[in-house]
Ligand binder design. Structure first.
Ligand code: PHE
Length: 338
């Protein structure tokens, strides 16, 4: 019986087969159990010898079962490790990294230039009210100057800001001069799009207010910016222009040399001027209404606003502003910066 059991145990290929063998030999009705029961009819001497023999067999079977069980378990583990093996030399899944949009890159660059001059960057709402976008900027209702900015009106009477200038007023309502700020952000124009016009684009607004601020300070700030963008050779030119919220008003041009062609030209970058007294008054009136003191009666200031995409278009030779926001990845990937 022992030889038989050991042979079967050795041949068992699974834990289930092993369990079946165990039941067949050691179970309640198993062969060994039957053999123990059959001892009843034996005499005392024989019974003792037979008992010892059966116990040895039982121990040998139990030991063989335990050893085989350990073997089978080890083999199963081995097989599983083989099956679920990780190939650590395989290349990983490359997630395409995102990057800053080219307009954001230029805006960051501009903001950093002004930070180095001591300006603080602040942002404001894109859904504006008529007061901040127009009235407080000395553009009353029905005034023809409103035609300068084709406006997206929202159903509740708000509008999408047509420029970043409303932040001039918002900032002055809440802060006391002297200060100098820049306002980066999106602006919206309700007009037909073409190679140089988009319904949404970016501006950088600047505002410096304090005692004794003059147009010369404006030119100095713009010149510092122009040199940071285009090198020490850069020059700035102010030309008379009109915006209701500045007096005098100018447009500013920057002399830059195109690194791709080596040619120089005057680049029209934006509008600027000295803050109009009507704007200071609107800010002070709003402050007074809110219970704050008037603080803009003995100061002057300059403001400027410039288009960001235009700088990128010239720098990189981008022929059409619509490329910026048509989500063409092949276009956007040309300006990598994580
Ligand atoms: N807000 C003007 C525009 O959108 C630019 C500007 C800003 C002009 C500040 C003067 C002063 O065109």
């Amino acid at each position: 019986m022992l030889e038989e059991a050991l042979a079967e145990i050795r041949a068992a290929a699974s834990l289930e087969a092993l369990q079946e063998i165990k039941v067949r030999f050691l179970g309640k009705k198993g062969r060994l159990t039957q053999a123990f029961k059959a001892m009843k009819g034996l005499g005392p001497e024989e019974r003792k010898a037979r008992g010892q023999e059966l116990n040895r067999i039982k121990q040998a079977i139990e030991q063989a079962l335990a050893e085989r069980e350990a073997e089978i378990k080890a083999a199963e583990l081995e097989a599983r490790l083989e099956r679920e093996r990780e190939d650590v030399s395989l290349p990983g899944l490359a997630l395409a990294p995102g990057g800053y949009h080219v307009a954001t890159q230029i805006l960051d660059e501009l903001v950093n230039v002004f930070r180095r001059m001591g300006y603080q960057a602040v942002t404001g709402p894109e859904a504006e009210d008529e007061f901040h976008n127009f009235d407080a900027l000395n553009i009353p209702p029905h005034h023809p100057a409103r035609d300068m900015w084709d406006t997206f009106w929202l159903e509740d009477g708000h509008l999408l800001r047509t420029h970043t200038s409303p932040m001039q007023v918002r900032y002055m309502e809440a802060h006391t001069p002297p200060f100098q700020i820049v306002v980066p952000g999106k602006v919206y124009r309700h007009e037909a799009t073409d190679a140089t016009h988009e319904a949404m684009f970016h501006q950088l607004e600047g505002l410096a207010v304090g005692e004794g601020i003059t147009l010369a300070h404006l030119k100095g700030a713009l010149l510092t910016m122009a040199r940071a963008l285009y090198g020490e050779e850069a020059r700035v030119r102010l030309q008379p222009s009109f915006f209701p919220f500045v007096e005098p008003g100018v447009e500013f041009l920057v002399w830059w040399t195109n690194p791709r062609t080596g040619e120089g030209s005057w680049l029209e970058l934006g509008g600027a001027g000295m803050v109009h007294p009507a704007v200071f008054k609107a800010a002070d009136d709003a402050r007074e209404k809110a219970g704050r003191p008037r603080v803009y009666e003995n100061v002057t200031g300059f403001a400027f606003g410039l288009g960001v995409e235009r700088i990128a278009m010239l720098r990189y030779g981008i022929p059409d502003i619509r490329y910026f926001y048509s989500n063409r990845l092949a276009f956007l990937r040309q300006f990598p910066r994580p």
